[in-house]
Write a protein that binds this ligand. Structure first.
Ligand SMILES: Cc1cc2nc3c(=O)[nH]c(=O)nc-3n(C[C@H](O)[C@H](O)[C@H](O)COP(=O)(O)O)c2cc1C
Length: 161
């Protein structure tokens, strides 16, 4: 499978999880490309107006069989940058999509669950096929285990398509 992993990450947590996901898929001989959304002018951390967020990446998502979207939680919500990207993305109808978020607090209900719900709504409006979701609770003592489990799940779910 050709897999595109598209990440918004400000301090690097979400990106580092994307690297683990990529490594797992690489080891299983999938073709994987990891993209970090590059915000024009650099990220203004508290910007919530998605119309003011532009990207310099030119990602051709049509080339991928599967997409993995990842981003950090911001105020119990999807990060504005990932929202800006997903709101504008085209041609993901029927595309298998995996979604994950990272957040600071130790339990998923402290922002992760609500952010995932929001991302799902956007992807479902675009009629993509959500094959799974994941949350990494950064302050959870079992974080490394969560990350490895997520990477394993993504590999398994992609291979089940
Ligand atoms: C403005 C802002 C709001 C945040 N809101 C939440 C939140 O509601 N719940 C949470 O658990 N973490 C929250 N966080 C923490 C980030 O979600 C967390 O550190 C995440 O892993 C950062 O990912 P990144 O390094 O990929 O940017 C917030 C961070 C920032 C900067």
């Amino acid at each position: 499978m050709k897999v595109g992993i598209i990440i918004h990450s400000f301090t690097g947590h979400t990106y580092s999880v994307g690297e683990v996901i990529k490594r797992n898929l690489d080891e299983a001989n999938h073709t994987v490309e990891l993209h970090k959304l590059d915000i024009v002018g650099g990220e203004v951390r508290d910007e919530i107006d998605i119309n003011k967020i532009q990207f310099s990446n030119n990602i051709d998502i049509n080339q991928y069989d599967v997409l993995v979207f990842g981003g950090p939680v911001r105020g119990f919500s999807i990060s504005p940058s990932l929202k800006a990207f997903l709101t504008r993305v085209q041609d993901i109808k029927d595309k298998p999509v995996y979604i994950y978020v990272t957040h600071y607090f130790p339990f998923s209900w402290m922002g992760g669950t609500s952010a995932i719900k929001q991302i799902k709504v956007i992807c479902e409006e675009k009629e993509s096929k959500i094959i799974g979701t994941g949350i990494v609770d950064w302050k959870n003592g079992k974080r490394e285990e969560q990350i490895n489990n997520l990477a394993q799940r993504i590999k398994k779910d992609i291979e089940a398509i």
